[in-house]
Design a protein around this ligand. Structure first.
Ligand code: SF4
Ligand code: SF4
Length: 314
């Protein structure tokens, strides 16, 4: 292919289909690996950098964000959970969001709904990320406070006062926990459930959680990956670290004619053309590769990035 050649729309569509199928396959494979108790594997309790609850049936790993909260409220510092998040993200950015996270998979599946998709602009994206920041703030404040009390052995009162929020606050309203742990438990799929967040009846909290999950999935049907953009505190942490990741996206200036086809397909609303050619270091990018497949000039590619000062823009 010469620099002037364009890939035909049919070939672009076929490439996008192939990459989506591959991603779906890997997402399902990882969901099975996370739930390897189905195949008789033992629970390792090891944190995985995805949003997944500890109480899910058959899980052999625990979502790193749950481990982060739970370790803090137990009176320890969450070095392991944060270490896993940082290490994975520094190498591969938010690729785990794009290719591994079970709740990312759930959103991608809902995203297939034949609805007219909206493309919130950068300002809305940034403003609504306030929710993820708030959730992270709540986790840290409660985690440090309960953790300190636990460390001193005086946590009984505060735990009684905070109730279910004293253990892992985000897990209480996380739609991933509702979808993958609470609902399977409520429908009796997991009789020996060791409920880590104490949802054992159809009380008001259950219905509120269900409502939140439905509201999120409804939004996702119109705004792809809305939860990952605006609500996920783990995605927020990974997005900030991911800006400096080794693996990232770059754009070839000799090929790119700025047609914008890449931006149109991006599920996270990344403004690819606003970034320097050599590095698209957007905290929202989940390295899903849809833009790479959609570019008719083959201008985008996954590269190893060494962050440096940009010389060339747009
Ligand atoms: S942003 Fe959160 S929910 Fe979305 S894929 Fe990443 S870890 Fe999963
Ligand atoms: S910029 Fe490309 S790789 Fe990143 S999320 Fe958007 S479409 Fe996916």
């Amino acid at each position: 292919m010469t620099l002037k050649d364009k890939i035909s729309p049919e070939e672009v569509a076929a490439r996008r289909r192939r990459i989506k199928t591959l991603r779906l396959f890997i997402q399902i494979l990882i969901l099975l690996i996370i739930n390897a108790q189905i195949f008789g594997a033992a629970d390792t309790g090891f944190p995985a950098p995805v949003l997944y609850p500890a109480g899910a049936p058959y899980t052999v790993m625990v979502g790193a964000y749950y481990a982060f909260e739970k370790t803090m409220t137990s009176g320890a510092l969450p070095f392991l959970a944060l270490g896993v998040i940082f290490l994975i993200t520094v190498v591969s950015g938010r690729a785990f969001c794009g290719w591994a996270c079970p709740f990312g998979l759930a959103q991608d599946v809902v995203g297939y709904a034949p609805t007219k998709k909206k493309r919130p602009d950068r300002i809305i994206n940034k403003d609504l990320q306030f929710f993820a920041q708030l959730f992270l703030f709540i986790s840290i404040i409660i985690g440090l406070y309960v953790g300190w009390k636990t460390y001193k052995g005086t946590d009984a009162d505060v735990r009684e006062g905070l109730g279910v929020f004293s253990d892992a606050p985000f897990a209480v309203y996380s739609p991933a926990a509702t979808l993958f742990a609470t609902i399977p438990y409520m429908i009796g799929w997991y009789p020996d459930y060791d409920d880590p967040i104490a949802f054992t009846d159809f009380g008001i909290l259950f219905w509120l959680r269900l409502l939140f999950l439905i509201a999120i999935l409804y939004t996702v049907a119109y705004v792809p990956r809305a939860f990952c953009r605006w609500f996920c505190p783990l995605g927020l942490i990974m997005g900030e670290c991911g800006k400096y990741s080794l693996i990232g996206l770059s754009r070839n200036p000799a090929r790119c004619d700025k047609c914008g086809d890449c931006e149109k397909v991006c599920p996270m609303g990344v403004r690819i053309l606003d970034y320097p050619y050599e590095r698209i270091s957007d905290p929202y990018c989940i390295l899903c590769m849809d833009c790479v497949a959609a570019c008719p000039k083959d201008a985008l590619e996954i590269t190893f990035n060494i962050p440096k000062k940009s010389s060339e823009k747009k």
